[in-house]
Write a protein that binds this ligand. Sequence first.
Ligand code: TXA
Ligand code: MG
Length: 329
Amino acid sequence: MQETTSTEGLGVTERLMPDAAGLDRAAALLREGQLVAFPTETVYGLGGDASNAAAVAGIYAAKGRPDFNPLIVHVPDLAAARALAVMTPLAERLAAAFWPGPLTLVMPRRADAPLAAGVTAGLPTVAIRCPAAPVAQALLRHAGVPVAAPSANPSGQLSPTTAAHVLAGLNGRIAAVLDGGPTPVGLESTILGVAADGVQLLRTGTITAEQIAALSIEVQAPTAGGITAPGQLASHYAPRARLRLRAGWPLPGEAWLGFGPDPEDQAQPRANLSLDGDLAEAAANLFACLHELDAALPAGGVIAVAPVPEVGIGAAINDRLRRAAAPRS
Ligand code: TXA
Ligand code: MG
């Protein structure tokens, strides 16, 4: 176990290895009501005991997150999910098909669910996710409490796919980070609102609308007044730099973020999401590339981004790019 000292004097964030001692420590901290960042297969989450009102308030404070934006509750298995949400037969089918995995289901909250009110920001629904990553599974089983976890970044900034990204944004604001290496999927989970006769796609992810439709489940457009994801604000996942999307090549002074073969005249700094044009590889690399280019550019710099096809996982990649490029609120 290494310790990292805060630069802001807010506290000390422990860096824990995902071995037996590290998992013990992380689980004990969660049960005490402390905040622990941990890797899931999608991105790192900022975890706190979802049944503990002080821990949940601490999550909002550490991230600087507006209190109208509810949190996802993480559970190790289906039985734990059924204790928190009313799972319809449709929800059960989705869980059977995709859990554990990068899918979040928004369902009616059970009246007797042991959840602090702040988790759901006053909504009658609760978002539940059962992650597949072994470190997340081990931590959830060990902690024995439902774990509320938004992405482990200051509100509105880029999501973290490494422990170093977590510390860059939250060092000194959380008790510990479990370092499980880079997260393999790289984009946040697909979020579905489960309605009576179909689902609403509230956030795109690497589980695609096509995969859900393949189960003969109707994917409906989100309706006004229906279930919405309050966190889906236009400007989100924002780097310091500005993004110029669907660029053919970089203009003088711009950084370059490629997809597929790079143009001959190559800017510096530059990165490539996938030289082979592989969308899953591009998803896994997206936030790390943006973190890297952002750190290398002077304030106000511009990143020119190659076009990414709007097929399959490409829809989720383009969603994150559009939000990163949107004017800041
Ligand atoms: O992959 C992920 O989902 C990651 C990892 C850590 O699990 N978590 C994550 O959390 O991306 P966060 O807080 O960054 O995004 C959660 C989204 C927000 O857009 C929020 O509005 C939505 O889930 N959400 C949470 N509860 C909801 C509810 N009851 N109804 C509708 N949307 C909800
Ligand atoms: Mg987030």
